[in-house]
Design a binder for this molecule. Structure first.
Ligand code: MN
Length: 204
């Protein structure tokens, strides 16, 4: 199997009370795990693609054979997006942004409160399933965007720095229909160290 589900880098109850342990287990093991299994299945008859990284497949989605493109977009996108999502949250995190990303947030969005408000609004207003992203665009601007399902801005050349998952599976057990409350609480789990690492890669 070319692609593998990596274990969570922390315990499944590590993000409580903001994200409950059962949500983390189901989300990681079965939702993310399902994307990985389905991606591997979809690539069975495409051995050349099995040797490419998920980053490469998502970035070059439009060049893939038509017969597998939708599967990579959905299942590969699910794998890629969730891998980012787990990596930018951590226990004992949250608080004010630090380092270079703090400067970008202040320069582009005025201050952290404005940035959070815009990001949370984009997530709350996104109809149905999807992700909200902070990206460095292909022409080197920093923007908040939301995209449906498992679509990823990286397929359009926009480097994903930070994302939140607004699929109901990400929050329903604790927050039910209260997506705005989930969006607000989720900032308590954001690891600015991890976000700064992505920012460094985005601007390299
Ligand atoms: Mn998800």
């Amino acid at each position: 199997m070319p692609f593998e589900l990596q274990p969570l880098p922390y315990a499944e109850d590590a993000l409580e009370p903001y994200i409950d342990a059962q949500t983390m287990r189901i989300h990681h093991d079965f939702h993310h795990g399902g994307y990985v299994n389905n991606l591997n299945k979809a690539l069975e008859s495409y051995p050349d693609l099995q040797n490419r990284s998920i980053d490469d497949l998502i970035r070059n989605l439009h060049t893939l054979p038509e017969g597998v493109r939708t599967a990579v977009r959905n299942q590969g996108g699910g794998h890629f997006n969730h891998s980012i999502f787990w990596s930018i949250v951590a226990p004992n995190a949250g608080g004010e942004p630090t380092g270079a990303i703090a400067t970008v947030i202040n320069d582009v969005f005025g201050n952290f409160e404005n940035f959070k408000t815009q990001f949370n609004d984009a997530g709350a207003k996104h109809f149905g399933s999807g992700f909200v992203w902070l990206v460095r665009t292909a022409n080197n601007k920093f923007e908040i965007i939301s995209q449906p399902n498992q679509d990823c801005p990286w397929s359009d050349g926009h480097y994903p720095i930070l994302c939140n998952d607004v699929w109901e599976h990400a929050y329903y057990l604790t927050y039910q229909n209260r997506r705005p409350e989930y969006l607000k609480q989720w900032w308590n789990t954001v690891s600015w160290d991890a976000v700064n690492q992505r920012y460094a890669t985005a601007t390299r």
